[in-house]
Design a protein around this ligand. Structure first.
Ligand code: FCB
Length: 467
């Protein structure tokens, strides 16, 4: 498609910001909420930076009205948030907890009153602890529990919520949660991690079917964290092979079953020494490939990978090597001169164009949304208390240009959600990493719009970039 003004997004483009329940809500033991795996994990010594937990977080549970007012101030068209499973279905089984549900009812009502489209993520990692105790995602039953929970939440909110994401980043849930153990529940067992991956996807498919059956109009999707992947040296066979493997484990092992109904053969072969995929039952892939209305893509960075080299020091740039079963010896390189964020992730905006165009080419005909994109930087308030986060603003600007480039090349991109509305609990990093358009002072819970927030407001107003 070709725009008249190359810096303008198509009419109707959806502008949003995203958060996740455990990262912002707090009120961890209020109104009947029971622990999730993240409560257990964060309360286990040594698991999170400084022993930080989401007990209070941004206290959004009590301050949601103030936070919706910030969204109104930003001019957001949509707000993507997640439901804390143990808040609405304590223990992960049985009937709904009205008090917990009531919070989301009030939030949705407030959003609608402000003309902001609520976009619900059903699972952004808060598995009820009881379900983990019963086997967690490596157990097949967890998929069924998830579908049941999804249908219950949809039953309660489906009259007002049109947009539903089943899972956020199943790669993280499965591989960080059960292979490297740097995320909850902190297990380290590669075969279980692959079973977890399959059951997450099965739960996704069953949830899609259940919601669809009740609500043919629902806009249903899944959010994957996709990476641009490149070989360190495209002329070296070993590096190309490393790129194929990591692309397989990071991207295609999720895209293929969801959008093509099959696990990629080459990735299965790479994993043959770890799992025979015996967890795949007849009919599962058909369920997993239940038709979707949209695909959510979270994009943060690129992986540059090289062939194993026993002589070279391995730099575990992206978390632990054990997050990559069967490819533990692939080297993740950092390129000289490429700026990194406070997460140590390379800033690579062209990788967003590449990712969107690649998905549009290899998995055509599905509308795409960037459901997360953003950057952590150390914010230093000026003497006036304002936060002039020029690096974060530049990150957004560059990635929005990359999104425009993808549109120009024909990618069916329909919307963009900044990560994140607020500074929040960044999982194993606790409160040490700040991603917000709005700063949060965790002592006073005061919110302050950063420069990046002010700039985003201008982008939304203009439906594009200034120059
Ligand atoms: C993504 C998560 C989100 C946030 C960002 C920085 O992997 O979905 O919750 O932590 O990274």
């Amino acid at each position: 498609m070709s725009n008249i003004d190359p810096l303008t997004f198509p009419p109707g483009f959806l502008w949003g910001a995203a958060t996740a329940s455990y990262q912002i809500e707090g009120a961890a033991a209020e109104d009947g909420r029971t622990p999730s795996i993240w409560d257990t994990f964060s309360h286990t010594p040594g698991r999170t930076k400084g022993g930080d937990t989401g007990d209070e977080a941004c206290d959004h549970y009590h301050r949601y009205r103030e936070d919706v007012a910030l969204m109104t101030d930003l001019g957001l068209g949509s707000y993507r948030f997640s439901i804390a499973w143990p808040r609405v279905q304590p223990g992960g089984r049985g009937s709904m907890n009205d008090k917990g549900l009531d919070f989301y009812q009030r939030l949705v009502d407030e959003l609608l009153e402000q003309g902001i489209t609520p976009w619900v993520t059903l699972y952004h990692w808060d598995l009820p602890q009881e379900l983990e105790d019963a086997g967690g995602w490596p157990a097949r039953d967890t998929a069924h529990r998830f579908a049941e929970y999804a249908a219950l939440v949809h039953g309660a909110l489906g009259d007002r919520v049109r947009h539903w994401t089943t899972l956020n980043e199943p790669w993280c849930s499965a591989l960080l949660g059960y292979a490297s153990g740097v995320h909850a529940p902190g297990r380290r067992h590669a075969p279980d991690a692959l079973a977890a991956m399959h059951h997450l996807l099965l739960g996704h498919g069953e949830a899609v079917r259940a919601i669809r059956a009740n609500d043919p109009q629902a806009q249903l999707g899944i959010t994957l964290n996709l990476y641009a992947i490149s070989p360190a040296d495209p002329a070296r066979d070993g590096d190309l092979e490393a790129a194929r493997r990591i692309d397989g484990l990071a991207n295609r092992i999720f895209l293929d079953p969801v959008l093509r109904g099959a696990y990629p053969q080459d990735v299965r072969a790479d994993l043959a020494g770890i799992s025979d995929f015996g967890f795949v039952h007849d009919g599962d892939l058909e369920t997993i490939a239940a038709p979707l209305d949209l695909l959510g893509i979270n994009y943060y960075s690129r992986h540059v990978v090289a062939a194993p080299d026993p002589g070279a020091p391995v730099e575990p740039y992206w978390r632990a090597p054990t997050s990559w079963p069967g490819s533990e010896d692939v080297r993740f390189l950092k390129r000289a001169g490429v700026p990194v964020t406070d997460m140590d992730w390379e800033v690579d905006a062209p990788g967003l164009t590449e990712t969107l165009v690649r998905v549009a080419r290899d998995y055509p005909a599905i509308p795409l949304y960037v459901t997360e994109n953003g950057a952590a930087y150390v914010d230093v308030p000026g003497p006036d208390g304002q936060i002039d986060d020029v690096e974060r603003a530049a990150y957004f600007d560059a990635h929005l240009r990359a999104a425009l480039a993808a549109l120009e090349q024909g990618a069916p991109l329909k919307g963009y959600f900044a990560w994140s509305l607020l500074d929040n609990f960044e999982w194993a990093w606790g409160y040490t990493k700040r991603f917000g358009l709005v700063a949060v002072d965790y002592t006073t819970q005061q919110r302050t719009m950063k420069t990046s927030g002010h700039r985003y407001r201008e982008v939304i107003k203009r439906n594009g970039l200034a120059q």
